[in-house]
Design a protein around this ligand. Structure first.
Ligand SMILES: NC(=O)c1ccc[n+]([C@@H]2O[C@H](COP(=O)([O-])OP(=O)(O)OC[C@H]3O[C@@H](n4cnc5c(N)ncnc54)[C@H](O)[C@@H]3O)[C@@H](O)[C@H]2O)c1
Length: 447
């Protein structure tokens, strides 16, 4: 029985997709004593992992090497080994396509591989974020096409991932102590899936169906995007009214109940927040329903890079300079603090807008040595400028003094903020990263 194998940790686990989500899951199961095989189509990633090198910050070499050395984790591009797994977890990308509709190409491809090697008794779990109904409407028919029946011959479920790259560890939230929602296509599927996660996670939250689990993840992300939009709108209004929005938020944040603090910024980025809510918007249309909060939030958040341009113009104006011809240094281009991820980063739009207005842009980001925009980062967005030439500079007093204006787009911990303010003629701070800086504040333009 699979449940017994899971309880004794003899169950072999296959993870399809070794990215920000899949690799940490794979290593976490391996650290708990399971035998894990990670599958990926990216040959270079698999080769890197085989050399004991990690490309994911949350899985440093110190975690990867021991589980590889002990034989608990190995990476592979040979999908035929799926047949030897007891459990298969799918964690492949779920982006939007050119028309901003769900692009399930990777999910379908991974499901096709699972179906090809499907064995009686296996448990298949989808972890990729997607619209309610995907597990039953997209995966189940493909998996059952060979004649095996879900709930009887194999198990199928959905369990959303809550990983927060770059910050989970620092806030004390790890894979093991972050509650995990699990939904099964049948009660038997749920039982096995919940048994699996409860071997490695302190609190498993079973729900009555895969659809509930799928919707719960989307709701979490919608909640975030709507609240970020609300605070972004508040920052635009506060700017108009001459009120410091950060002070307002600090004051409101002292309320011990009924309030949750979100902070404004240059726009939303990453693979999840700007993307996932539109999976729900798309599905809702099938039910003649418009997700108005999501649309409105998207509209407001899209305004933020334009507001950063306005602030930059205002800053330069105060020095009797124009954006046209100005040397602008972007500090941070990753979509959020302390990560190397450029996907959907607001920096991309900011660069485009400033370049259109004739600014000469360089950037400095300790986590992003190359501003290399592969098309997958920018699905659905047309760019009017060539950004492949964006030059990275070392952050020194000289480079700062040589620009007309610096813009803090990402508040990385590694930045020396005192040095930045001391040397840059002007600093547009979109994150309130300079809150602790006491000197030369007259050169700071705060969002
Ligand atoms: N990154 C996050 O913070 C986060 C958090 C929660 C949920 N999610 C969700 O998890 C899923 C994966 O996201 P990610 O950030 O890990 O993506 P990622 O791009 O970092 O990793 C996905 C991996 O899947 C591989 N892949 C693509 N197609 C494949 C296929 N057909 N077979 C095997 N491997 C394939 C890619 O090569 C890549 O290594 C998405 O649905 C995302 O929305 C992401």
């Amino acid at each position: 029985m699979l449940i017994d194998k899971i309880k004794s940790k003899y169950a072999k686990i296959g993870i399809i997709g070794l990215g920000y989500v899949g690799l940490p899951i794979a290593v976490s199961f391996a650290e708990k004593g399971f035998r894990v095989t990670g599958f990926d189509v990216a040959k270079d990633k698999v080769a890197q992992l085989k050399r004991g090198e990690s490309y994911i910050g949350d899985v440093p070499g110190e975690r990867l090497l021991p589980v590889e050395a002990s034989g608990h984790f190995r990476a592979s591009t040979d999908f035929s080994a799926l047949a030897a797994q007891d459990v298969i977890i799918i964690a492949v990308p779920t982006p939007l396509n050119q028309t901003r509709d769900p692009d399930l190409t990777a999910v379908r491809a991974a499901t096709g591989q699972v179906a090809r090697y499907l064995q009686k008794g296996q448990l298949i779990i989808l972890e990729s974020t997607t619209y309610p109904g995907t597990t039953e409407e997209v995966l189940q028919p493909v998996l059952e096409a060979g004649g095996l029946k879900v709930g009887q011959d194999f198990h199928l479920g959905f369990s959303p991932e809550r990983i927060d790259p770059g910050s989970n560890n620092s806030k004390g939230w790890r894979f093991e102590n972050t509650p995990k929602v699990v939904g099964g296509v049948t009660p038997a599927c749920l039982e096995v899936a919940a048994a699996l996660y409860s071997r490695v996670i302190e609190k498993v939250v079973p729900v009555s169906s895969a659809r509930v689990a799928e919707m719960s993840k989307l709701f979490e992300n919608v909640f975030r995007v709507v609240n970020v939009a609300l605070v972004n709108e508040m920052s635009l209004l506060c700017d108009r009214m001459g009120i410091n929005v950060w002070e307002v938020l600090d004051a409101a944040g002292t309320k011990p109940y009924g309030f949750m603090k979100f902070t404004p910024g240059p726009g939303v980025g990453g693979h999840c927040i700007p993307v996932d809510p539109f999976y729900l918007t798309w599905k809702a249309r099938e039910f003649e329903f418009n997700t108005r909060f999501i649309e409105l939030a998207g509209e407001i958040n899209l305004q933020m890079p334009y507001f950063v341009r306005e602030l930059t113009m205002r800053a330069l104006n105060s020095h009797r300079k124009s954006l046209n011809g100005a040397k602008v240094l972007l500090l941070g281009v990753a979509y959020k603090k302390d990560v190397a991820d450029l996907r959907e980063s607001p920096a991309i739009k900011i660069v485009e807008l400033l370049q259109q207005d004739g600014a000469e842009i360089t950037y400095s980001d300790p986590h992003v040595p190359e501003f290399n925009l592969a098309t997958e980062f920018i699905a659905g967005i047309q760019f009017h400028t060539d950004m492949s030439s964006l030059k990275s500079v070392e952050l020194t007093p000289e480079t700062l003094a040589g620009c007309d204006c610096a813009i803090i787009v990402t508040d990385h911990t590694a930045f020396d903020y005192d040095m930045i303010v001391k040397n840059a003629p002007l600093v547009v701070d979109t994150r309130n990263a300079l809150a602790a800086v006491r000197e030369n504040r007259e050169n700071i333009i705060l969002l």
